[in-house]
Write a protein that binds this ligand. Structure first.
Ligand SMILES: Cc1cc2nc3c(=O)[nH]c(=O)nc-3n(C[C@H](O)[C@H](O)[C@H](O)COP(=O)(O)OP(=O)(O)OC[C@H]3O[C@@H](n4cnc5c(N)ncnc54)[C@H](O)[C@@H]3O)c2cc1C
Length: 333
């Protein structure tokens, strides 16, 4: 076993995902501390730019494979790619706990008979070569500590958004190594097409944009104003806890620590939410945060990249109207 760190990168037709950049940063840190290289599996077509980016974010070696089977997530094919290198077992396999990552990681551990831990929030190499690993369970209410000896390979699933994306280092250099084809393999799943997720029904974890309403809304019917705004933006709707407690939205739409998840969408808009720590814990990793509140001193305003002070009942209908008009104009062009 070598002190290598392996990781598996996700991309959308060559666009490296945020979670992959995040996982590379953590892999790099571990690689530095264990004096080992970071080897990343980047499977699929059109990955040249993603490979260059992966190097900037911490990879030393990128394994690529362009077999058509990698056009969609196929765990068996990924395992076949990993198997080509598994004779040189790494020290750690670090996987982001996205929907596909969380599905692949236990398969890797089972296939190669390596250790496995999910919900990882911290990995600390110790002086004796062992790893001290913290995980969070029961909606982040329980923190567990595990130790893996220096002789064990372990597959770790890191909670996406728990660390954040680090800085790219444009001076780094790395090597791309194409893998042997895995084309002989037939997938047990046949992909017949892709349907874009409906923001109204997509899980908040998967939504690229989220708007969340709070107690600033006077009654349940007024949430239609928020829904109209969300529809115009192509965003999913969430809420603070009082709204869920009142039954205006189901708990599956709750934002905050009680939901047990940390959202990290591209855009998060809070409307009529004060920004209690319990709420902020669930959304602070969002890339762009806009907060609308009539109180400029509300704590949520400090979290915001753009703080809009005013009455939501005046602002939302007007902004919704303007977004719709812009969309219609763009469609006409
Ligand atoms: C153990 C525990 C766990 C919790 N977990 C969660 C959790 O996961 N998620 C969560 O959300 N909460 C959680 N809470 C509750 C949390 O502490 C807050 O009470 C809650 O987040 C407040 O919700 P809010 O911001 O919607 O309401 P409020 O605090 O009442 O804030 C309403 C805001 O709306 C603004 N406003 C009012 N009218 C308007 C208007 N017309 N236009 C614009 N702005 C307006 C006000 O200025 C105010 O800032 C938890 C509490 C505990 C004790």
């Amino acid at each position: 076993m070598e002190n290598m760190i392996w990781t598996w990168l996700e991309h959308d037709n060559g666009e490296l995902s945020e979670s992959s950049m995040e996982i590379l940063g953590e892999a790099r840190k571990l690689g530095n501390s264990l004096k080992g290289q970071v080897h990343a599996f980047l499977l699929g077509e059109n990955t040249e730019e993603a490979a260059a980016k992966a190097v900037m974010y911490g990879a030393d070696v990128i394994y690529t494979a362009t077999d058509p089977i990698f056009r969609a997530y196929c765990p068996e094919a990924c395992l076949a790619a990993f198997a080509q290198q598994a004779a040189r077992a790494p020290r750690i396999v670090l996987i982001s706990g996205t929907r596909n990552g969380a599905s692949l990681a236990p398969r890797i551990a089972t296939r190669f008979q390596w250790g496995y831990l999910a919900n990882v929030v911290k990995v600390a190499p110790q002086d004796d070569g062992s790893l001290k690993i913290n995980t969070e369970t029961y909606q982040a209410k329980v923190n567990n500590t595990y130790t893996f000896t220096a002789r064990q390979t372990v597959v770790l699933v890191l909670q996406p958004g728990s660390i954040g994306v680090g800085k790219a280092d444009k001076k780094r250099s790395g090597e791309v190594r194409p893998l042997e084809p895995v084309a002989e393999m037939t997938d047990r799943i046949e992909i017949i097409g892709f349907i874009k997720a409906d923001p109204r029904s997509v899980s908040l974890n998967d939504a690229e944009r989220v708007v969340a309403g709070g107690n600033g809304f006077r009654n349940q019917e007024d949430f239609e104003i928020l829904q109209g705004f969300a529809d115009a933006l192509g965003a999913a709707v969430g809420s603070s806890k009082p709204i869920a407690d009142k039954g205006w939205l189901p708990y599956s739409r709750l934002v905050g620590q009680s939901s047990g998840r940390r959202l990290a969408p591209n855009l998060f808009v809070s409307v009529g939410v004060s920004g209690a720590t319990h709420f902020v814990e669930g959304m602070k990793d969002s890339q762009l945060i806009i907060s609308i509140n009539k109180d400029k001193g509300a704590p949520i305003m400090k979290e915001a990249d753009l703080a809009v002070v005013g009455d939501l009942y005046e602002i939302l209908p007007e902004v919704t109207r303007q977004i719709r008009a812009m969309r219609e104009e763009a469609e006409r062009e």
